[in-house]
Structure formats: C-alpha cells, structure tokens
Write a protein that binds this ligand. Structure first.
Ligand code: C2E
Ligand code: CA
Ligand code: CA
Length: 744
C-alpha cells in the first residue's frame, strides 16, 4: 500500500497544530519508521534515550489500535511528560495508525479525539483515492493481460485458458473465489463453467453447479437476464444467496461482484468475484471487470464460430456423422501409427434409395437417411467409425477386428439391422443395403487402397442383386480378370454370331392378353455359357460397343417380329427394345430405325423403344431431338426403370413418351411393403396426370398382381408370368399366361 505524502502531510500538519502536538505520524504495524509524518521530536528537544523511549511508545500504541478491534482510540500517558494519542487506520491489507505526541504533560481533550478520528477517516479516503488513480494503470494492464491471454485460444485449450484467467483475476483482486457461469437455455439454468480455486470437496449434487433460473434465490434468478454489474455485501440481506454459498462452500458470509456476459442482447453468463467477509468494490475495478466480461463474450462467439467451422468441415450436415475428410484423416492417422492395425473397412450402400427421395419427397428421403445413419451408428461399438461419404454411401471402420469371418459377421449384422422396416413420416420403408468389406492386416495398405478394394467388393455385392455382404478376396481380384476377358471377347462376339435375343412377354393383367414382348440380349459365351444382359451390358457400354450391339439387337428384334407376323396366328402386337445412351446419340439413329421398319414391313406402332430414366435425365438435351424424331416416326417410347432416376415433373412433361415402366425394385415386394405401395401409387397418379400408361416390371408372385390391379397399374411383365425365353417358345407362354383374371 503506497501513501502519497503530498496529500497526507498537509492533513497531518493541520491535525498536529489543532491538537498542540509536536508530531503527527501515519505508521504501519510492521514498519519501524512512520510512513508519513509531520513535525519532529528532535526539533522539539527530544533526544537520545528519550527519543528511543518515545518511538517505542508510538509503536506500541500503533500495535495496540491496529490489532485490537475493540480499541478505536488509545491514549498513553505512562511516560512522564509524554502523551500519545493513537487511532487505527485500516484499508485493504493496510493495518496501522495515526499517532499524535504531546510534550506539555496535558492529556488530549474529547475535541482532540474527535479530530483524530475524522483525520483517520480522511486518511483512508485519501488512500482509496490514491489507489484508484494508482491502480488505473494496473487495471489497464490487467485487462490487456486478459486480452492477450484469450487472443490465441482455440476450442481445444479453452477450458485451461479460462481457468488461468479466472485464477489471475482472483489473485489480482485479492478475492477468495473467482467464477465463470454460463447460461444454458436448454437446461434453463446457470451452469458453473469453472471456478478458482477449485473447491476440494464439492458436494454432490453441487448446489453451485447447475442452478435453475427459476430458483427462489434472487441472485441466481437474476443471472438469467442480468444487464448491469451487481454487487452484494453481507449487510445487503441476500439471505438465500448467502445460504446457498454456505451450503456449497461452507463460508458463512461473502461479498460478491458479478458482471454479466452479454452477447447479441442476451445474457450468456456471468463473471463473478467473491470475497469472504466484507469488501468494497471501486468503480474502476467494476469497469475493468466489465471490460474483461466483454472479452470473454467475444471469445465465446469466436470459439463457437471456430467450432462450427470445424464441425462443418468434418461432419455431414444431414446425419451429423463424419464426412469423407474426417474419415480419411482419421484412418490415415491410425494406419500411420500401425500399418497392420487389425481393422476392417466396410463400404455400405443402400439399394435403390434414390427413389425414396424422388417419389416420396426429399423430406422423407432425408429422414430415412438420418434413420439409417442412426442405425449404423447403433450397430457398431463406440470407438468404431461411421462416416457418410455421399448420398446413400456410408463407410464404417471396425477396429480390433481379428479375422475376415469376424468382419463378415459384423457386416451381416449391420445389414440385417439396417434392412428392418422403418417408419418414416407414416411410410413403412425398408431398403436393403449392400456392403463391401476389406480387412487390413496381411499387406500394409493405404486408405485409398482399402477404400478402393472395399468399393470393388461393394460392386460385387450389388451385382449379386443387393442385400448382400462381399468380402474383398483373391476371387474378386480374379473376377476383375474375368471382366478383362469379357472385354476382349466381346469385341468379336457379334461377328462370331454369339449374340442371341430372348423375349419376355408383357400382359394386360385384367384379361391376360399379351400386349407385347421385350427383347433382351443374351451372349452365348464360348466358355462360360449363356450370359444374361446384366453380366456384360456394362462392359459393352464401357468399351463403346453399345452402338454396334444396339444395331444388331434392333434389327434382330424387327426381323423376329416380321417372322412372327408371317408364321403365328397370334403374333405379339409390339416388340420393345432397350436402347442405351450410346446408341441414342449415335449418328442418324432415327434414320436407321425408319429403314428397319420399312425393310421388315412393320408399322411404327409395332416397335417400342425403352430408354432408362437415368439415361434420359443425364443427357436430356442431346436425347430430346432423337426422341422427338422417333415420336415423329410413330414408334412407342417408354421410360425404363422409372423411379430410379432423377426426373422431375417439368422434365417429364418435356419428353414425348407414352409408357412408364415401373422399376422392378418397387414391384417385387409390393404386397409386403407399404413404402413401395406408396411409391407405385404415386407413379400411377403421375402417369395418369400426364396421360401415360404404366407397365410394372418384376412381378414375381400373385400378390403383386392383385396389388397392381388395386393401384390401377394394369400392364406388367415378370417371372411370375414368364421368364425371358427364346423366340421359338415364348409364344406358347402368350397362349397360356397363367395370370389370375379379375373382374373389373
Ligand atoms: P431391363 O430393361 O429392366 O430388363 C428386365 C430385366 O429384368 C431382364 O434382365 C430380365 O431378365 C429381368 N427380369 C424380368 N422379369 C423379372 C422378374 O420378375 N424378376 C427379376 N428379378 N428379374 C426380372 P436382363 O435380361 O439381364 O437385362 C438386364 C438389363 O440389361 C435390362 O434391364 C436392360 O436395361 C439391359 N438390356 C437387356 N437387353 C438389352 C439390349 O438389347 N440393349 C440394351 N441397350 N440393354 C439391354
Ligand atoms: Ca427394359
Ligand atoms: Ca427395367
């Protein structure tokens, strides 16, 4: 505690003169010499041994008044010819006295005593004023220190820094406790962020931990909307607060200074300092606390922004799962630490999820993905990773997986869990999934290799028709080789007469009449037997053979229909041919079709062209002109695999089509799945609105037939009626379709 002599000395002089004293001194208990004095014993003739006696008497008087709380004034006339009058001066940690000394043997009057007491009060006031001016600089430095301390904080070291700051504040202000509380709107409560010093024995539950806003305690209920600094002292009568503090800390009475943290006009928390017993807070101190509170608010806002940026960068918004980046970085780190880490990477993909989106709407689709994400999360252990890479692609890392069979079992379990029907917005939706699995271990792998191999395994699972788990293995590696072989042999397959056309009839479900046949290509592979289109069509497209193969198929289909018309009493009224994107945009496709029709003497209405929905939508502008040309010829246009592409109503309106072929993934389980029924019903309504006819694919049982009739879809094909068959036998089927007739 510094004392400014320039201010105090005139006070002491005035006091000494008014009381006929030879000196007036301010002393600290522990100091040997007065801190400030006026007058002097030597000048008044007190010397040598007398001087020592006098000084001892002054010190004793000081000690007496400073230490004895009950003694405000102390007069000592023991020493002959020497009278001492002292009163205590206490301010903050300063303990001392003002002492007057008289040599004329008289005692001090009550008026003298009064003057001394007033002087002591003045002295305290001056000390406080002096401290304020003096502390201004230091308070600024404190605020600067806090600002510097908070400047570099990240979300990671936030807690630690906050504790350092509040401990510094507590120490600086000589407080017994410094605390930071946060307003939690969700809990409707004030929550203790941290405190200094941390209480060693916190009761459980901690009465100071989470305190609801609607408590009886006026101070805690005030915290919710506190706007201004708030100071309370034991004498203020905040009994319930004092009681709560007593319960939480065992301290009976405290003084409290609390400043609000205000962000965007709402009180986000409070910063508080507690002094055990009484304590006065100067305006400058409160101002400094406010400045620090606003630093904390800025910090909160900044850390929150950083956290949300970080969150966005590493999380998928829809599901809250990790995104690709987070997954890759994490797996990279794991493999770097241990290249042979016993883990499995699962690449999971929902079968036909797109349609849920397209037909039931994006909200239902989004909810479905969220529900699937939750199921995936629930079906693995907490330290396993689940991330969403895109759309309906998820990747899972199972840690500490000992063997391939363990990984496969886990994947199977996940698959079963995911496939259970879900209720999304009133729709029972179930979609199976496919999972490709790769197990790390034998050969150290990179993230890319693991993901790539898992992807190959996933493709294989999809090729098996979905709803399956495939583990990447040597077989798959060799399957890649088989694919290379297909590629090589396909180039000569047409010239070698290895291609065949099969036909699958399409029926009117109401009367069992055959309404057409669909031509489906087959390849009589010299070593591997008859291959269905699914086994090689994707390779055909990849190696740009689709235009060549497509011309062969179209011509063969037209030739076959012409043959039937010549030889059969009931030829099919129509042959439908599948056309790939590559064919559709090949040079003069429309002209080629026109040539074929006239070459085989067919009416345009006897030829149907099928284009998959995804082909149309992917290249709608290129395709549009060709479709218009075909429509001009009079051939029938059908959109194939409808429900799996991306078409919007606007786009559909733009296309000159006649038929929507409902994809078989919605039809095969029609009777059991209310979600599929909703989709088919929506497609039928859509078709009616656009004056289109619907044809269902993939009818596999009588229940599907009944349901289709109920939903208003009257045309269908599928294994239940007939598999695709060679031309020679397919018309037998036409005469005996086996369709359960229904009266309408
Ligand atoms: P798509 O046009 O949807 O043809 C129907 C496919 O579903 C055929 O497989 C058929 O065998 C199968 N299928 C028919 N009824 C049922 C059923 O009740 N249940 C099940 N599970 N499947 C059924 P395929 O012949 O392997 O053809 C697969 C795809 O290859 C076709 O799908 C079509 O997109 C394409 N494709 C077939 N032939 C040709 C062609 O000549 N040219 C072109 N560009 N693509 C073709
Ligand atoms: Ca088709
Ligand atoms: Ca289809």
């Amino acid at each position: 505690m510094k004392l400014d002599p320039e201010t105090i000395q005139p006070l002491l002089e005035a006091l000494a003169r008014a009381t006929d004293s030879i000196s007036a001194d301010v002393l600290a208990v522990e100091a040997g010499m007065p801190l400030v004095s006026w007058g002097s014993a030597p000048a008044a003739g007190v010397k040598g041994k007398d001087l020592t006696v006098m000084r001892d008497a002054i010190r004793a008087a000081t000690a007496h008044v400073a230490r004895d709380a009950s003694a405000d004034l102390f007069e000592d006339a023991e020493t002959p010819g020497l009278t001492i009058l002292a009163t205590k001066v206490a301010y903050r940690d300063f303990r001392g006295s003002i002492c007057l000394v008289r040599l004329d043997g008289r005692t001090y009057t009550s008026k003298d005593r009064e003057l001394l007491l007033v002087s002591a009060q003045l002295c305290t006031a001056v000390m406080e004023a002096g401290e304020i001016t003096d502390q201004h600089g230091r308070l600024d430095a404190l605020v600067t220190y806090v600002a510097a301390e908070l400047m570099g904080v990240t979300a990671r070291d936030l807690a630690e820094t906050l504790f350092r700051v509040i401990s510094e504040l507590g120490r600086y202000f000589g407080a017994d406790t410094c605390f930071l509380r946060h307003n939690d709107p969700e809990l409707q409560a004030s929550v203790l962020v941290d405190e200094w010093p941390r209480r060693p024995d916190v009761p459980d539950p901690d009465p100071l931990g989470i305190v609801p806003w609607d408590t009886d305690d006026p101070i805690f209920s005030m915290i919710k909307d506190q706007r201004e600094p708030f100071i309370t002292r034991p004498s203020d009568g905040q009994l319930s607060y004092q009681e709560r503090v007593r319960a939480g800390s065992g301290v009976p009475e405290v003084s409290l200074a609390m400043v609000p943290l205000i962000h965007d006009d709402t009180t986000s928390g409070v910063l508080g300092l507690i002094h055990f017993g009484d304590r006065i807070w100067t305006r400058a101190e409160v101002r400094a606390l406010r400045a620090i509170a606003s630093l904390l608010v800025q910090l909160d806002a900044r850390v929150a922004a950083e956290e949300s940026l970080h969150h966005h960068a590493y999380h998928d918004e829809l599901t809250g799962l990790w995104n690709r980046r987070a997954f890759v970085e994490d797996l990279n780190a794991v493999l770097e630490a241990d290249p042979r880490a016993p883990l499995a990477v699962l690449f999971a993909d929902m079968d036909r999820l797109k349609t849920v989106n397209d037909v039931l709407g994006h909200t239902v689709g989004d909810n479905f993905i969220q529900a699937v994400a939750q199921r995936l999360r629930d079906s693995v252990r907490p330290h396993d990773v689940v991330a969403r890479l895109a759309g309906d692609e998820f990747v899972i890392v199972l840690h500490d997986i000992g063997s391939i069979s363990a990984a496969e079992r886990a994947a199977r379990r996940i698959l079963d869990r995911v496939a259970e029907p879900l209720d999304v917005g009133g729709h029972a939706i179930s979609r199976s999934a496919s999972i490709g699995v790769v197990v790390n271990g034998d050969m150290p792998s990179t993230v890319d290799e693991l993901l790539g191999n898992a992807d190959v395994a996933l493709l294989e699972a999809k090729e098996r028709g979905g709803d399956s788990v495939v583990v990447f293995n040597d077989d798959l590696r060799s399957k890649l080789l088989v694919r290379a072989d297909l590629e090589l042999r396909l180039r000569t397959a047409i010239a070698n007469n290895e291609m065949r056309l099969y036909f699958q009839p399409e029926f009117d479900l109401r009367d069992g009449r055959m309404t057409g046949v669909e031509a489906l290509v087959r390849w009589q592979h010299p070593e591997r037997g008859l291959l269905a289109a699914d086994a090689f069509i994707s390779v055909v497209e990849e190696i740009n053979l689709s235009a060549e193969l497509g011309r062969w198929v179209l011509e063969e289909a037209c030739r076959q229909l012409a043959t039937w018309k010549r030889t059969s009493p009931v030829p099919p009224p129509l042959v439908r041919v599948n056309i790939s994107a590559g064919e559709l945009i090949s040079a003069d496709f429309v002209g080629f079709v026109a040539t074929l029709l006239s070459r085989y003497g067919l009416a345009p209405a006897e030829l149907g062209i099928e284009i998959t929905e995804s082909t149309v939508m992917r290249e709608i502008d290129d395709v549009q002109a060709t479709l218009n040309g075909l429509r001009g010829l009079g051939v029938t246009l059908a959109i194939d695999d409808f429900g799996t592409g991306y078409s919007s109503l606007a786009q559909l309106k733009q296309l000159p089509v006649d038929i929507l072929k409902i994809d078989r993934s919605f039809v095969s389980a029609l009777a059991e799945s209310s979600g599929d029924r909703a989709i088919v019903a929506a497609i039928v309504r859509l078709a009616e609105a656009f004056n289109l006819t619907t044809v269902a694919e993939g009818v596999e049982d009588p229940a599907a037939v009944t349901t289709l009739l109920d939903l208003g879809c009257y045309r269908a094909q599928g294994f239940f009626m007939s598999k695709p068959l060679p031309a020679q036998v397919v018309l037998e089927q036409a005469r005996n379709p086996g369709v359960p007739l229904r009266m309408v």
